[in-house]
Design a protein around this ligand. Structure first.
Ligand SMILES: Nc1nc2c(c(=O)[nH]1)N[C@H]1C(S)=C(S)[C@@H](COP(=O)(O)OP(=O)(O)OC[C@H]3O[C@@H](n4cnc5c(=O)[nH]c(N)nc54)[C@H](O)[C@@H]3O)O[C@H]1N2
Ligand SMILES: Nc1nc2c(c(=O)[nH]1)N[C@H]1C(S)=C(S)[C@@H](COP(=O)(O)OP(=O)(O)OC[C@H]3O[C@@H](n4cnc5c(=O)[nH]c(N)nc54)[C@H](O)[C@@H]3O)O[C@H]1N2
Ligand code: SF4
Ligand SMILES: [Mo]
Length: 755
């Protein structure tokens, strides 16, 4: 929409976090004049956080890379795309020829999940490469939840989300959605939603070792000792069964393994877990009764319960409780969204499937099992360092900063420096990409289209929204889906100039076969030629998206019925509302049994390890435990180069309880050294009673003081990398997920800084 003063209005989904707010942008030429929330969007209703407007500064950031870069020694040179791809081809092809596929590793970072082009086309690159050494940010994040959901319901994204807009009781563990804006729960404006629960007479309870902003908005906050959620949740299960409060109702005929759960829960009485959790038994019993007694209730848990010692067990127990209280799949409980595209639980035969298989291969050095086709990132450094066949000699990183975001950042940093060759697809020269030999820059978010590919499968209300690019792709830049395909061409041995069109067609044809081949597809029976013709004007992500939308659960089946098409979404500046969550059982299940596996074998087998936690510990023998936290103006490691977000108070501080500070002789603002088995960092102390005694907190994603980066703003507010304290030998054995919370640390005054 163009106006007389030369400005234009555009709408674009904010790509920064899972909330997927719609932004209303006013532009003049290539400049963004203002960014606001889109009041007319039926999904985000005008909500944005302070990071939304920062998309404009990210777009304008002079440090953001716009040209491919090649490094010779310590010096970076700007290169043409052809030069960059020729360099990659020459060096990767040689390594592949001499050492085989596993010699090339890949790391996919978090933003790859927020970019439809990367999300759809990185798979082609990975499949063509065929390396076992694929890693991602998922194993420093949500993998435990995906494993537990996969085992219980049959696909890795069958993750129940709390029906926040209708629930009467919400229990939140290890999540701070007022600051993070929610994860595995796409729900803009959680503050408004929590207030609404309370306004309609409901209750919100938060269990967290910190009194978070979410806790402050809630009815009750309970401090919980890090890493003990599985014990607490077992305590709740114990009470539900012992006091005969469990009432799975209509779910009962769908359950396998209820007896096994009851057996396991027997020894985890509230009285036995209380001490370890730091929560008295009476409180655990009361919370269990409240959950059972509420008209509707949902238990929701996130990062704090995933990135810890018992990540899968805790994630599993959350849904066991949702089942036992009869709240799974019912309005106001924990429900399954129905994603508009790509939802494996909405495709193929309903009600039964192949389920998930884990551990189909193992990492070379430590023998850690694979999860959903990738290896845990805690194994990355050793796979680079350890000589032998299948040693990683070359690495491709895509939208990731593992040097800051994964355990033992110092060791990984050293390992990256030893690689024979490294390519990074990224928008910054940062702590990770400085080790690359070639950097291929992605685009500004405003120069590309957007579709919340994974997140329509995780939203608290079903919706679809497509954003056209606000700005055209600048001359001489390349969309990331094409970068993925050119890399695919190289690893396929087709050289640096393989035809993008041919590769794009190849990816499309494979998807086409899947999309119309199943008798359950709404487009079943359409000829491939009809579909090709219908999509003739489209290429790349848009062609795939249109195909997936139209053959998805809301799609028009290419004329078979009334339904969604990409053309419809393109015509709408705002989201298309697809209604409140609706019950989906039993059709959603893809387990081989066609039932909910309430006691999946790999999870049950790990309960033994949890039992060891029941042994009483004396308070004095309890070490300080480190947890993380997030700041509203931060986004993992990579939005720290935006002045508007990092100005003001120092954010990378050590939260310390006043009594712990007193015992350690540390004052507010003094510099502390924090040490773990992996390493040490120095951070300023911030004394606060908002943290549990015996627990300290440092946010992750900082540590921008490393040489050879191009982050003018971030380097001034460097902070320290908390992941130098995270230990690469501690992970949740079921999912391979790293332990980032509940790390034993020692804290003392820094000698140099405070003589
Ligand atoms: N201690 C501790 N560590 C944690 C966590 C924690 O809670 N505590 N949280 C973990 C979690 S949840 C996550 S998701 C991970 C994140 O781990 P990573 O994904 O490895 O790290 P990010 O900080 O998200 O880095 C994103 C990278 O993508 C680049 N980038 C941004 N936009 C684009 C784009 O459009 N295209 C391309 N090609 N690149 C882009 C950025 O420059 C940056 O290099 O960190 C984890 N690490
Ligand atoms: N502002 C901002 N927003 C973000 C991000 C960001 O970096 N900054 N990152 C995005 C990403 S990638 C993700 S995955 C999401 C994550 O979103 P959330 O899961 O909401 O993550 P956090 O805000 O880190 O909240 C985790 C909470 O767990 C608590 N905790 C730590 N250990 C334990 C424990 O053992 N038990 C319990 N019960 N609690 C514990 C911490 O104190 C913290 O309050 O946020 C996303 N949104
Ligand atoms: S909450 Fe903030 S960062 Fe997340 S999508 Fe909305 S505006 Fe963007
Ligand atoms: Mo994440």
């Amino acid at each position: 929409m163009q106006t007389e003063n030369g400005t234009a209005t555009h709408f674009h989904t904010c790509p920064l976090c899972e909330a997927n707010c719609n932004l209303k942008l006013v532009t003049r030429g290539r400049e963004v004049v203002s960014v606001r929330g889109d009041d007319d969007d039926p999904f985000s209703h005008g909500f944005i956080c302070p990071k939304g407007p920062a998309v404009a500064e990210l777009d304008a950031d002079p440090d953001r890379l716009r040209t491919p870069m090649i490094r010779r020694g310590e010096t970076w040179h700007e290169a043409t795309w052809d030069e960059a791809f020729r360099e990659i081809d020459a060096r990767l092809t040689k390594i592949l020829a001499e050492h085989g596929r596993n010699a090339v590793g890949v790391y996919l970072g978090n933003p790859s999940a927020h970019h439809v082009g990367v999300a759809l086309f990185s798979r082609a690159m990975l499949r063509t490469l065929g390396s076992h050494n694929v890693f991602s940010a998922s194993t420093v994040d949500q993998m435990p939840k995906q494993v537990s959901a996969g085992l219980m319901f049959g696909t890795a994204l069958s993750v129940p989300v709390p029906d926040v807009d209708r629930t009467d009781y919400l229990m939140i563990l290890g999540a701070n959605p007022l600051v993070s804006n929610g994860s595995l729960m796409t729900a803009p404006d959680m503050k408004g939603r929590i207030r609404a629960i309370r306004a309609r007479g409901g209750k919100v309870v938060v269990l967290d070792p910190r009194r978070t902003r979410t806790a402050e908005e809630s009815d009750e906050h309970v401090f919980i000792r890090p890493g003990t959620d599985a014990l607490f949740l077992f305590g709740v299960v114990h009470v539900l069964l012992e006091e005969k409060l469990a009432k799975p109702g209509t779910l009962a005929p769908l359950l396998n393994g209820l007896e096994r759960v009851a057996e396991l829960a027997r020894e985890f009485s509230p009285e036995r877990v209380a001490d370890a959790c730091g929560i008295d038994a009476a409180t655990i019993r009361r919370l269990a009764r409240e959950l059972a007694g509420a008209k509707t209730a949902a238990v929701y848990a996130r990062i704090g319960t995933c990135t810890q010692e018992f990540g899968t067990t805790a994630s599993w127990l959350v849904d066991v409780i949702n089942v036992l209280t009869g709240n799974l799949d019912r309005e106001g409980g924990a429900m399954f969204p129905k994603g508009a595209v790509g939802a494996a639980n909405a495709m193929g035969a309903p009600g039964r499937g192949r389920g998930v298989k884990l551990g189909r291969f193992r990492s070379r050095v430590r023998g850690v099992p694979e999860v959903f086709g990738e290896l845990p990132v805690v194994c990355l450094a050793e796979e680079i360092e350890t000589p032998g066949s299948d040693q990683i000699r070359a690495l491709i990183t895509v939208a990731g900063n593992p040097a800051l975001s994964t355990p033992n950042g110092e060791r990984l940093t050293r390992a990256l420096a030893t690689l024979d060759f490294m390519v990074s697809v990224d928008i910054y020269l940062n702590e990770t990409t400085r080790h690359a030999h070639v950097i291929l820059p992605g685009l500004s978010p405003l120069e590309q289209s957007h579709f919340p590919f994974a997140f329509t499968q995780l939203a608290v209300r079903n919706f679809a929204r497509y954003s056209r690019p606000t700005f055209a792709v600048p001359a001489g830049q390349v969309p990331e889906w094409q970068i993925m395909l050119r890399l695919a061409g190289i690893v396929a041995g087709q050289g640096p100039d393989a035809s993008i069109d041919a590769l794009d067609d190849f990816v499309f044809e494979q998807q086409l076969e899947k999309a119309i081949g199943s008798e359950h597809s709404p487009a079943y029976g359409r000829s491939a030629d009809d579909v090709r013709r219908a999509l003739a004007g489209r290429r790349g992500p848009e062609r795939l998206l249109d195909l997936m939308l139209r053959t998805g659960p809301y799609g028009d089946g290419f004329g078979a019925r009334d339904g969604l098409t990409l053309a419809q979404l393109e015509q709408s500046d705002h989201a298309i509302d697809l209604g409140p969550l609706a019950p989906r059982l039993p059709d959603l299940l893809r387990t081989p049994s066609g039932r909910i596996e309430l006691a999946p074998e790999p999870v049950v087998a790990d309960v033994e390890r949890l039992r060891a936690k029941l042994a009483p510990a004396t308070a004095s023998a309890r070490p300080l435990l480190l947890v993380g936290r997030r700041d509203l103006r931060s986004n993992n490691s990579w939005m720290h180069n935006v002045e508007a977000l990092v100005s003001g108070k120092t954010r990378c501080t050590l939260h310390l309880h006043p009594e712990d500070a007193h015992a350690l002789g540390l004052g507010d603002g003094e510099t502390a050294v924090v040490r773990s088995r992996a390493g040490s960092i120095e951070v300023p102390v911030e004394i606060t009673d908002g943290i549990m005694r015996g627990v300290v907190s440092v946010p992750h994603g900082w540590g921008h003081d490393q040489r050879g980066t191009r982050l003018g703003v971030a380097a001034r507010v460097a902070g320290a990398n908390s992941n130098r304290l995270a230990e690469e030998d501690r992970f949740d054995p079921v999912s391979g997920n790293a332990v980032l919370n509940g790390i034993e640390v020692r804290v003392e005054r820094a000698a140099a800084a405070n003589p």
